[in-house]
Design a protein around this ligand. Structure first.
Ligand code: 5GP
Ligand code: MN
Length: 343
């Protein structure tokens, strides 16, 4: 589909569904809500649907409470998707990232499907695709999308706030995947009314005690450092989740703290969820966390920030994680930081 055809479709009121991935993060929520603000102002009937719950930290963003969580309102979520005229897939590259919602999206053959995303290897299911793996975030791409439609002037302070939030969180406060263009986009979001000081305060100075303790516990009690592979990982089991009252989103950022350890190039946080074991993987420079996620843990994402899953126990998953490292020895070896080499 050509952009001008999509613009024409979007110029008349439509039933639109915006979707994003399981365990939605700031970029998933921010891109949905930023686009939502523009589309409702254009007179569309817009529904926001995610597979699973989102962190409470984003509740204050305009429109967030309108989010329909498929895990909790399955029938309603599926029927909205199946009746939509236009379905947006935001911040994910394949329909298996939205669980059962993926089947509903496929089922609605008459809907126009639009993918806006920055993950590697997009699945070719969309009629219109804006996929740019060099972009910092899907929120950055939402601004590009509005620019290409010549609708950037429709950005309100509320919408700009949502998009700024996604950029802030996905770049780790402007540390990763930045570019001169990104900073120009951010400047425009501030001009549109996003208040950077207020947003940073709400996102970063709002930790629960449980969140702080989860991070401290992981690093103090469960961290394993493997200096010969410039790798470190920590784990959390279901008992830890209950004992420390860890909620959704509370573990975000722990893996980045592990990666911050001097000499470490590859970091993992391995957590026992109710039905699977989840891996959050991060890497520095040329070493690809995405390759490890794809090759061994049924996952993917970005080169330096990826995730995956395993269907065996936490213990078995940790064993597997350690056992695959020698395969990457020529990339990971040779970085040994003397301080870490305890042998
Ligand atoms: P996180 O570690 O923050 O959960 O995820 C980091 C990145 O990896 C995100 O870009 C996310 O989209 C991707 N990711 C996380 N889990 C999975 C997964 O199970 N499959 C795929 N394909 N990507 C994932
Ligand atoms: Mn993203």
């Amino acid at each position: 589909m050509k952009l001008h055809e999509l613009k024409q479709q979007l110029s008349l009121p439509k039933k639109i569904v915006l979707t994003s991935h399981r365990n939605p993060d700031g970029d998933a929520i921010g891109s949905m809500l930023g686009l939502f603000q523009v589309l409702i102002d254009l007179g569309h009937d817009v529904r926001l649907i995610v597979p699973s719950d989102y962190p409470e930290a984003f509740n204050w963003l305009a429109g967030c409470r309108k989010m329909i969580v498929h895990d909790r309102r399955e029938a309603e979520a599926n029927s909205r998707v199946e009746q939509a005229d236009i379905i947006f897939s935001l911040d994910y590259n394949a329909l298996d990232r939205v669980d059962n919602l993926g089947a509903s999206i496929r089922k609605n053959k008459s809907a126009i499907k639009v993918l806006i995303d920055h993950h590697l290897y997009p699945e070719p299911f969309a009629d219109y695709e804006l996929s740019d793996t060099t972009a910092s975030s899907t929120c950055e791409l939402i601004v590009d999308f509005l620019d290409s439609l010549e609708w950037a002037d429709k950005l309100t302070a509320a919408g700009a706030t949502c998009l700024y939030t996604g950029i802030l969180t996905d770049t780790g406060s402007f540390k990763y995947a930045t570019s001169p263009k990104l900073f120009r986009t951010v400047a425009r979001l501030l001009e549109a009314g996003a208040n950077d000081y207020d947003i940073q305060n709400r996102i970063f100075n709002n930790n629960s005690l449980a969140r702080l303790k989860a991070s401290a516990y992981c690093i103090h009690e469960t961290l394993v450092v493997l200096p010969e592979f410039a790798t470190a990982y920590a784990t959390l089991d279901q008992d830890d989740y209950k004992r420390l009252n860890i909620r959704r989103g509370d573990t975000d950022g722990i893996v980045n703290r592990i990666l911050s350890l001097k000499g470490i190039v590859f970091a993992a946080l391995i957590t026992e969820q109710k039905d699977i074991v989840k891996l959050s993987l991060r890497s520095l420079g040329d070493f690809s966390a995405q390759q490890v996620a794809t090759e061994h843990f049924n996952g993917g994402g970005h080169k330096n920030a990826s995730g995956g899953r395993s269907n065996v126990s936490l213990k078995e998953t940790v064993k597997k994680f350690e056992s695959i490292l020698p395969q990457y020895e020529h990339e990971l070896g040779g970085f040994i930081e003397p301080e870490l080499n305890t042998k």
